[in-house]
Design a protein around this ligand. Structure first.
Ligand code: UD1
Ligand code: MG
Length: 485
């Protein structure tokens, strides 16, 4: 590994006052991950000796967010500035030759850019190498004051700029490479001489330069890589860029995306070749979509595993479920966790399912609730069928065999088993098991009363138009008024 002499330090102790949030800044989400997790993931391929996160605000939550990625956390309490944060990590950095410092709030930087920064630092024998960027609006950032074309004299924070310095559009990204033997003596000389009485890491640059040490600044290839998230607007912009990158990744892998800017994808999503994503689709979590699938407009899939050739009609919601090849689902269907639709099944509009398996080629085409149910192959579940899986205390299973026909508007009161090839008459309330190939009728017998309706209508007409003899009794004025009506 090339960077075994380096330790990476991620600054993540700050509160992020400008976000006006109860959540620590680095735990805010952009592109489907917390800011700090994104930064860690960019650093992992560098193969450094270790990655250290400086935590302070909501330290436990921040440490817990990065621990699964093998990151060690060091507590900075109180938070006396970015320079102080690095000093707090001194013991964790130990005898490493190089320390790479990154802010936990700038997650768009690419691994390649960091590799190049480290290479420049090594080849230039520098004490410090800063990743800078040239931007059109530098406000809010520290500015790079150059000593010569290649070297840096100092970094001036936005709040301390002179009117002339305000024109400088080369900014400090807060990503640096330091040689530890030069950094520690320099940091020891930095004083908290600023409005916030903090020890600024940026002030170590002027100390190093004044000692005649080499301080380099390398301009990032794309200024968008160094965007820091200080405000909600910054978070929205970084989120937008992450989503755009993910869509480009999928399009490069052979996926068609219509109106791409409306499609929201999370980082772990995969989609196979020649699949189509219509506008306003969301693919979240670990959703995995096969080849030649169509995901139509307004559908939201979270941890959904789809085979090849699946069609998801508009406005379908699928969570923690699996759909095998050639399934057709929706529009307006909802799969809650634990559903498995096997090959070629069809689930239609206004169907809700949870914890159920539907066998090959079976159909649940309209308006059903199917819960805790196993359906065999080539069965048909009629419109409006409801499995009553809950008795108010416990959930019970329903088992439906192969080639079963469940008539429309049936209720299947669980626990209940319907044997292979059975028929359930429409409108049945099924409370007992149905043997294979039987017909179950669970409704009261129909009664037909001949002529009843005609007789009823005659009676109603008579009531609405009382006989003339009855009218004569009333006063002429009143009866005239009634006739008008
Ligand atoms: C910092 C830089 C500025 C640069 C900008 C880039 C300083 C003094 N200024 O300003 O030159 O242009 O980043 O985005 O370094 N943090 C700690 N402990 C602390 C203070 C901060 O861990 O005591 C962490 C924060 O959680 C954050 C990072 O350091 O992740 C940067 O702090 P922030 O307050 O965002 O600094 P900026 O004002 O953006
Ligand atoms: Mg910042």
């Amino acid at each position: 590994m090339p960077n075994k002499d380096a330790v990476i330090v991620i600054l993540a102790a700050g509160k992020g006052t400008r976000l006006k949030s109860s959540l620590a800044k680095v735990l805010h989400n952009t592109g489907g991950r917390s800011l700090i997790e994104s930064v860690v993931r960019v650093c992992l391929p560098l193969g450094a000796k270790k990655i250290v996160a400086i935590v302070g605000h909501q330290a436990d939550q921040v440490a817990a967010a990065v621990a699964p990625l093998g990151v060690e956390s060091v507590l900075q309490q109180p938070q006396n500035g970015t320079g102080h944060a690095v000093l707090v990590a001194k013991r964790a950095i130990g005898n490493a030759k190089i320390v790479v410092v990154l802010p936990g709030d700038a997650p768009l930087v690419r691994t390649e850019t960091l590799k190049s920064l480290i290479a420049t630092h090594r080849s230039g024998n520098a004490a410090a190498t800063i990743l800078s960027a040239v931007v059109s609006d530098p406000s809010g950032y520290g500015r790079i004051l150059r000593k010569s074309e290649n070297t840096v004299a100092s970094i001036v924070e936005d709040s301390q700029l002179t009117t002339e310095q305000r024109e400088i559009n080369e900014i400090n990204s807060s990503i640096y490479c330091f040689s530890t033997n030069k950094l520690w003596p320099a940091l020891a000389q930095v004083k908290p001489e600023n409005k916030h009485k903090e020890i600024y890491l940026t002030d170590a640059i002027a100390v190093l330069a004044s000692k005649g040490e080499t301080v380099l600044a390398q301009v990032a290839p794309d200024a968008r890589e160094v965007l820091g998230c200080n405000t909600r607007a910054d978070l929205a912009e970084v989120d937008r860029i992450f989503r755009e990158r993910k869509r480009e990744e999928l399009m490069n892998a052979g996926v068609t995306i219509q109106l791409p800017e409306t499609v929201l994808l999370e980082p772990d999503v995969t989609v196979g070749e020649d699949s189509l994503l219509e506008p306003c689709v969301q693919l979240l979590g670990k959703t995995k979509i096969g080849a030649r699938c169509t995901i139509r407009t307004g559908s939201v899939l979270n941890n959904a595993i789809l085979g090849d050739g699946v069609t998801v009609e508009p406005h379908t919601v699928i969570t923690d479920s699996r759909l095998d090849d050639n399934v057709i689902i929706g529009p307006f269907a909802r799969l809650r966790p634990g559903v498995h639709l096997k090959k070629g099944t069809k689930v239609g509009n206004f169907v809700e399912m949870k914890k159920s398996t539907i066998g090959d080629g079976s159909k649940v085409p309209h308006l059903s609730y199917i819960g805790d149910t196993k359906v065999g192959s080539h069965s048909n579940i009629g419109a409006g069928t409801i499995t009553c899986n809950y008795d108010g205390v416990h959930k019970h299973p329903t088992t439906i065999g192969n080639r079963v026909f469940v008539g429309s508007d049936s209720v299947l009161v669980a626990p209940v088993r319907i044997g292979d090839g059975a028929y359930i008459a429409a409108g049945s309330a099924v409370t007992e098991n149905v043997p294979p190939n039987a017909l179950a009728l669970g409704r009261s017998r129909q009664t037909v009363k001949l002529g009843w309706a005609a007789k009823k209508r005659r009676e109603q007409a008579a009531a609405n138009h009382p006989k003339k003899s009855a009218k004569k009794k009333s006063s002429p004025k009143k009866s005239g008024a009634r006739r008008k009506r």
